[in-house]
Write a protein that binds this ligand. Structure first.
Ligand code: AVJ
Ligand code: FE
Length: 368
């Protein structure tokens, strides 16, 4: 990594405060009882996210960057996402709301002093910590959406802008991934050339109205539209249309779709999901007809994996441990994604059966 050392901590401290203000605003309307409750078996109690944000900041900024001892070594394992997976977070003793707030503040005070004193290194680890907190505000919103606890005015899903039905992208080579300079997650590198045939991609994501037409037209009953794994999931879990789609604005993008459903919809329409490469190519295509960040993440056909020559940085558990484990890649961003996080090369991922994520789809097909 680069040898530059930035003395002026100002911009980093501003970023950290903005992320913290976003976290606090998100939960301002909730009582301790709501923050401490398990809202869903697949999500953490919100108070776990709060202390986890602090533990991550303590590990990366106080300890690894500034060389201080951890403030609370006794909490490190409990608030490490890997050592304490979501499923057990409701069953172990956690800091209560006041203690979690106290921990966040104590870590932050030490970090501000240390960065002021020593500078921010090359700034990369600091940016990672800022984006980590922002990413957790989206994760927390997923749990809050399940429990009907989102703040007033959310979710922010509304009518989509007009767009052409199909955009044709000619065959050719392009560079996928983040450039060498600037912040990016390890999984966005190395940037490399990819060659694609001609394809078409929809000008905008699938709407609630289209989704309801699919559902009312037998979408959840027609076996031939589903993959084998998707059909088994639909049958075993007795899956029907997500209530948020049935109740949503007909002109808004469909949101809370699993990959299995997105895949079935595409097949039913004689289309398919775009690969990640097709999606990124279309989003960076010079005619700019496709906007990259819409209101919902977009499932892609691609399994989440490392790019050729991938090197984990700064830790394997950010993305490498998820490679080739059946996770599907999502692109774009949602109404809940901080602009600082969403970039055209950013890669998100989740399991194909998950519906808590704010995700929909955009169709693609071979050129005709
Ligand atoms: C990139 C959203 C899949 O939530 O697992 C948060 C982000 N990584 N803390 C996740 C993340 C570590 C990550 N996603
Ligand atoms: Fe995290």
């Amino acid at each position: 990594m680069s040898a530059v050392s930035i003395r002026d901590a100002g911009p980093v401290l501003a970023g950290l405060s903005e992320a913290r203000a976003a976290t606090k605003a998100l939960i301002a309307h909730l009582r301790p009882r709501e923050l401490e409750r398990v809202l869903s078996p697949i999500m953490s109690p919100l108070v776990w996210d709060l202390a986890h944000i602090a533990a991550y900041e303590d590990l990366w900024l106080s300890h690894r960057l500034a060389g201080l001892a951890l403030l609370r070594p006794d909490l490190a394992a409990r608030y490490d996402a890997f050592e304490t997976p979501r499923a057990v977070r409701g069953e172990i003793p956690l800091l209560d709301t006041a203690e979690a707030h106290g921990y966040m503040e104590a870590v932050r005070a030490r970090v501000v002093a240390a960065l002021d004193d020593r500078g921010v290194g090359d700034g990369v680890i600091c940016e990672m910590v800022i984006r980590h907190e922002l990413q957790h505000t989206e994760t927390m919103r997923q749990a809050m959406a399940i429990a009907g606890m989102l703040p007033a005015g959310e979710p922010r899903l509304g009518p989509m802008a007009h767009a052409p039905e199909w955009i044709t992208i000619p065959p050719g080579e392009f560079e996928i991934g983040a450039p060498q300079e600037g912040f990016a997650y390890d999984n966005e590198r190395p940037r490399h050339r990819v060659s694609l045939g001609e394809f078409q991609i929809a000008g905008r994501p699938v709407s609630n109205e289209s989704w309801m037409r699919f559902a009312n037209g037998g979408g959840y009953e027609r076996r031939e539209w589903w993959s084998q794994a998707g059909w088994a999931w639909r049958r075993d879990e007795e899956i029907a249309v997500h209530p948020a789609i049935a109740a949503g604005d007909t002109r808004a993008p469909a949101c809370h779709l699993s990959w299995f459903e997105a895949d079935a919809f595409a097949r039913a329409h004689g289309a398919r999901l775009p690969s990640e490469a097709e999606w990124e190519r279309a989003a960076t295509w010079r005619d700019g007809a496709m906007r990259s960040v819409e209101q919902a993440w977009e499932w892609t056909a691609s399994e989440f994996d490392g790019y050729p020559g991938f090197r984990a940085y700064p830790y394997r558990e950010y993305s490498e441990v998820f490679f080739k484990r059946g996770y599907r890649a999502l692109r774009g961003g949602s109404w809940a994604t901080a602009p600082r996080v969403a970039s055209v090369t950013f890669r998100n991922w989740d399991l194909p059966q998950r519906r808590q994520i704010f995700a929909g789809l955009r169709l693609a097909r071979d050129a005709r």
